[in-house]
Design a binder for this molecule. Structure first.
Ligand code: FES
Length: 321
């Protein structure tokens, strides 16, 4: 996907308070037609003109993939974030027109699995809502283990229990309940695939526990989109475009490059997919790699950077763009 990829103009048709911190947004095509099909685990990039800043944030689609008359997303307000979730909570209401990307799936169901073990934390439940709808429709065996701070703060807890019965287990922090990950990964039939989405620390814990129990990497799936970090302002030089581009404190390098009128590829905008990988021609300073895509060796080579989430501190950074 790039900035030149076809986009969708949608109208917000419903905004629902799910918890005090989470709102659900329903979008329909502005021309009233069907939206492109997607599969469980897909996300869209939502564009938000927030004052002078154009934000583009990824959100998982949570509506049933069989339903293409609308898309729904859920957004947790992050008051310490850069502003995307605050913009959606504050400024988007029924009737608001937005531009979104076509759906892309970086977290698909592996349909070869004999069983699907889903582990979610907090707002990380959203891709699983679409996946569970598909798994249930296909009569595929699955179970969800869902950790929330409390039942009141957990999104869709009652709905999931009602819809899927004993295939769903909820764990509440305020009751001292923890997902028994070690027991779970030890007790699965051969051919089970594990999917995890939630806070970074929880995902690391689940994946490491599974690896330690002998699970192969091909059976482990995770979705980890990182929000671009804020930091000190700096200037990046684009060699092919012959431009010096300032990157402000709360702007990502990718956003700054786009603001300068240079098209750059992207898919997740969260440091996970590798699509925005850019060659570094020279670096006098320190690259602050915030992605989960580059290997330690690639980082050490100082020849690549993921501008959607990574930053720079120093005298000069020259990119081949
Ligand atoms: S757009 Fe996916 S890693 Fe940058």
């Amino acid at each position: 996907m790039s900035t030149a990829a076809p986009k969708l103009l949608v109208t917000t048709t419903e905004v629902t308070d799910i918890t005090p911190m989470i709102k659900r947004f329903r979008f329909e095509a502005a021309d009233g037609g069907p939206l492109p099909p997607f599969s469980g685990g897909a996300h869209v990039i939502v564009e938000m003109q927030d004052g002078a800043v154009l934000r583009r944030n990824p959100y998982s689609l949570m509506s049933p993939p069989s339903q293409t008359s609308s898309y729904t997303i859920s957004v947790r307000r992050d008051d310490a974030g850069r502003g995307g979730s605050r913009f959606l909570h504050r400024d988007v209401r029924p009737g608001t027109r937005l531009t979104i990307s076509r759906p892309v799936n970086l977290f698909p169901i592996d349909w070869r699995a004999r069983k699907h073990l889903l582990v979610a934390g907090g707002i990380g439940i959203t891709p699983f809502l679409a996946q569970m709808s598909q798994l249930a429709a296909a009569d595929a065996p699955f179970e969800l283990h869902f950790a929330v701070r409390s039942r009141e703060q957990g999104a869709y807890v009652d709905e999931l229990e009602q819809r899927y019965g004993d295939r769903v287990t909820v764990y509440c922090d305020d009751r001292g309940e923890r997902i028994p990950v070690a027991d779970l990964v030890a007790g699965q039939p051969l051919g089970t695939q594990l999917y995890v989405c939630g806070p970074s620390g929880m995902m690391e814990w689940v994946l490491e526990t599974a690896r330690s129990a002998g699970w192969p990497d091909h059976a482990l799936h995770h979705e980890r989109f990182l929000a671009p970090a804020s930091g000190k302002p700096y200037v990046v030089t684009l060699a092919l475009s012959n431009l010096r581009v300032p990157v402000s404190e709360h702007q990502s390098m990718l956003e700054a490059i786009e603001s300068a009128g240079v098209q750059a590829p992207y898919m997740c905008r969260g440091g996970a997919c590798g699509e925005c990988e850019t060659t570094v021609l020279s670096c006098d300073g320190t690259m602050l790699h915030n992605d989960v895509f580059l290997s330690p060796e690639e980082r050490a080579s100082e020849t690549k950077i993921m501008p959607c989430v990574s930053r720079f501190e120093g005298t000069s950074l020259v990119l081949q763009r």
